[in-house]
Design a protein around this ligand. Structure first.
Ligand SMILES: O=c1ccn([C@@H]2O[C@H](COP(=O)(O)O)[C@@H](O)[C@H]2O)c(=O)[nH]1
Length: 268
């Protein structure tokens, strides 16, 4: 099964919400957990437990586990394993991306069946060249997995780079989105793009392609409203509305309720 098929199934069964697993230090405090690998693991596994059966997709934020070194990565391994065992589609938000030969190492780490950090998809940066990602995308396809390529990110600082124009007038973000769509047209793999829910998509020239899923961070803490999903993205797009801090803000006991409330707003 391809990533595209799995994401379509997950969204059809559980709606568009992608629950972020972001063990920020302030959230660990609020949850009464230590600012350490054990705290990150407890938070992550509690989110997985609340998410299972409520959402189809989760997105652990790798940096916030990596912050605790080897122990943090061990914690992440267990959170990833729990999430995959629960049938959730797991997007590791690690934003990897290098020259092609090095990208092979990232594919080995994150997108290889049986690897300790196995995920279903990985966020990657195309800013060393979209073509530098070819080997990683091929490896993902062989494993029925995929990548979400940063196109137009949710943070305001990115606009100067991502709105820069090619000689033919297309924005850099548009070029990335079109390259990913072209690959999907050939392979049907369903690699995705990252398009922030906080940006003016039209200004970036990003069209929607039903075969190219969109990971849309920016809901909740960054200001985009769940209820605006339909206004922000066309109905035919396969969009994952991603939120982290807003779902995690009310402690372990509040996650399930926050997920249910977000799902209701997205569906309204
Ligand atoms: O353009 C992007 C790409 C990724 N992110 C990540 O999504 C979450 C957002 O967290 P919130 O707490 O809902 O703001 C976080 O892990 C980011 O690294 C993004 O925000 N924008």
């Amino acid at each position: 099964m391809t990533l595209l098929e799995r994401l379509r199934g997950a969204v059809a069964a559980h709606g568009a919400l992608c629950a972020g697993i972001d063990p920020h230090p302030a959230l660990l405090d609020a949850w009464g957990l230590g600012r350490d690998a054990d705290g990150a693991e407890r938070l992550g596994r509690a989110v997985v437990e609340a998410a299972a059966g409520r959402v189809g997709v989760v997105k652990p934020q790798v940096a916030l586990f990596e912050a605790f070194g080897a122990a943090g990565l061990g914690a992440l391994e267990r959170v990833l394993a729990d999430a995959r065992a629960a049938g959730l589609v797991v997007i590791a938000d690690a934003k990897r991306g290098d020259i092609g030969s090095t990208n092979a190492g990232y594919a080995e780490a994150w997108l290889t069946p049986g690897s300790p950090l196995e995920a279903d998809a990985l966020t990657v940066s195309p800013y060393l060249g979209v073509g530098a990602l070819d080997g990683l995308l091929e490896a993902a396809e062989r494993a029925g997995k995929g990548a979400f390529v940063l196109a137009a990110t949710s943070n305001p600082e990115a606009a100067a780079l991502q709105l820069a124009r090619h000689a033919d007038g297309r924005t850099v973000a548009q070029g990335v989105a079109e390259a990913v769509a072209a690959r999907n047209a050939e392979t049907r793999a369903g690699h995705g793009i990252v398009v922030g829910a906080t940006i003016d998509r039209a200004a970036f020239g990003i069209a929607s392609d039903p075969a190219t899923p969109i990971l849309a961070p920016g809901f909740g803490a960054q200001g985009a409203r769940f209820a605006d999903l339909g206004a922000l993205f066309p109905a035919e797009a396969l969009v994952l509305a991603s939120a982290s801090r807003s779902l995690l803000a009310h402690g372990a006991a509040g996650v399930a309720g926050a997920i249910d409330a977000a799902q209701r707003e997205l569906a309204a």
